[in-house]
Design a protein around this ligand. Structure first.
Ligand code: DSN
Length: 491
């Protein structure tokens, strides 16, 4: 049956491509170009994956035409029966998969999911009590003066999250993001010696600052987090515990992160993307305790535009896929692969930030290991057919543009079927390519450049060949035959 489904998906994919080739060739060519590019490179970007064709097709249809503001069975538009059905099934699937009390599938991204969470906490813990103190029932009943007095106090509320250079996310209070403008944003880092989360230091800061929200979660931290300790800290300082599990949602769903490493039982609100380890469509979701259900369901109009029914349909497909037993096997393999890659790189003397990995990613310090900036390492690896992204290391002196690190993740290649043997080979390929890369001088200043580097043609070709050989045994979307993909040029 799964096989039939896959074939149907493939036929539909090819038909769509053919149709687009006639109606809008640049789009068909872009899709085809991306397929070819992804087939021919080793995708090691920790936040990327390969969704199923079924997931992709659920997004590509007329559900996109429907407005459905509100939430299931409670809409501001007529004719939402089909969206109600899809969204409510998605909500139930998310609750079941993660063991959550409530789920909200409308956020368009992880950043949007975080905005929904922030605004829900502000409304629930700050705005509603203020309105009650004024003897009113709702925000719309306030006088202009009353409303203005509440509005002025919004920006005085505090959040405490992990800093960007230590592995946190932009939306957890970085100065370049709205989160630091909505809130008085404070951050915690990692221990400068071990580069591990320091629970005692977080507790001391949280007790001093008493934030409204304690944010836990990361984009570039490779070790386990004990959420029971974070819950205790939040409880002691009176904060709401919000966990952004965008990076590791698939490891929670796949039962790799259990007990104290599973945030769901401990956090008041959990946010996520749906396209990273969760392996679904590009989008976000929020899970929360009952207490926040009503306010989270008002994500639109609080901060979101109208829901995307076609993407929620794809989220339902992906959530159902994540409930299949082979998903758990896949999730465990993702972590085994990351550990193997990490050990193999360390064995060659490469400096791994925080010493090891317990999840799907690792950050290597390319400055300490190879004398390169992250940008230089990222560029040479891309030329060789290996896609990674440059990343700051804790307390990085090279800043966010050049960086001193490279983040490497295994979800996508695990979806392609690779296991420990291939990871050991990939570590060797990466090490050899970076070892042979030399920093160039900046043509303007004559000093060592952070942007330019030199790698011989010979090394690039050798590495490209090794990457090609490795990829041969792991075809991407093998059901899609390249001959059938040729898009007719229409003039
Ligand atoms: N851009 C994502 C990542 O790469 O981790 C986070 O939003």
């Amino acid at each position: 049956n799964d096989r039939d489904l896959e074939q149907t998906s493939t036929i539909a994919f090819l038909a769509a491509l053919d149709h687009l080739g006639e109606k809008c060739p640049p789009v068909a060519q872009g899709i085809l170009g991306e397929l070819k590019k992804q087939r021919n490179s080793l995708k090691l970007i920790a936040s990327e994956n390969y969704s199923s064709l079924t997931t992709q097709l659920a997004m590509a249809n007329l559900l996109t035409d429907k407005y459905a503001e509100g939430h299931p069975f409670h809409r501001f538009y007529a004719g939402c029966e089909n969206v109600d059905s899809i969204e409510s099934l998605g909500v139930e699937a998310a609750k079941k998969l993660f063991g959550a009390e409530h789920a909200y599938l409308q956020p368009h991204s992880g950043a949007d999911a975080n905005l929904v969470a922030f605004w829900s906490v502000l409304v629930k813990r700050f705005e509603i009590p203020e309105i009650e103190k004024m003897g009113q029932k709702s925000v719309t009943a306030l006088s202009d003066e009353q409303y203005e007095s509440i509005r002025k106090k919004f920006g005085q509320q505090k959040i405490l999250g992990m800093s960007l250079d230590c592995g946190g996310h932009l939306t957890h209070g970085s100065r370049v993001n709205l989160s630091s403008k909505m809130f008085h944003a404070l951050s915690y880092g990692v221990d400068p010696k071990t580069l591990l989360i320091d629970y005692k230091a977080i507790e001391a800061l949280a007790m001093k600052e008493k934030p409204l929200i304690l944010i836990v979660g990361y984009s570039a931290y490779s070790r386990l987090i004990d959420f029971s300790i974070m819950k205790e800290i939040a409880h002691k300082c009176g904060a709401v515990l919000m966990v952004d599990m965008a990076h590791f949602a698939g490891l929670v769903a796949g039962k790799v992160f259990k007990g104290n490493n599973n945030p769901i039982p401990f956090a008041d609100i959990v946010t996520s993307t749906t396209h990273k380890t969760l392996r679904g469509p590009r989008g976000g979701l929020v899970l929360c305790k009952k207490e926040f259900e009503e306010v989270v369901n008002k994500g639109c109009p609080h901060v979101l535009g109208g829901p995307l029914p076609h993407v929620m349909a794809a989220k339902l497909v992906a959530l159902q896929e994540a409930m299949q037993p082979d998903y758990q096997t896949w999730a465990h393999q993702v972590v085994e692969n990351a550990k193997t890659l990490c050990h193999a790189l360390k064995a060659k003397g490469v400096e791994v930030v925080s010493g090891a990995t317990d999840n799907h990613l690792l950050v290597i310090d390319v400055k300490k290991s190879f004398g390169l900036s992250g940008r230089q390492a990222e560029k040479v690896l891309a030329e060789c057919g290996i896609t990674v992204n440059r990343n700051m290391v804790p307390f990085d002196k090279n800043g966010a543009w050049y960086t001193s690190g490279v983040r490497i993740g295994t979800p996508a290649l695990t979806t392609r079927g690779m296991t420990e043997k291939e990871m050991a080979k990939i570590a060797e390929i990466i090490y050899n390519a970076l070892k042979e890369t030399k920093v160039a001088d900046d043509p303007k200043t004559g000093e060592k450049s952070l942007a330019n580097s030199v790698t011989s043609e010979q090394v690039i070709h050798k590495t490209q060949k090794e990457v090609g050989e490795l990829l041969q045994s792991f075809p991407l979307y093998p059901e899609i035959c390249i001959d059938q993909e040729m898009v007719k040029e229409r003039r």
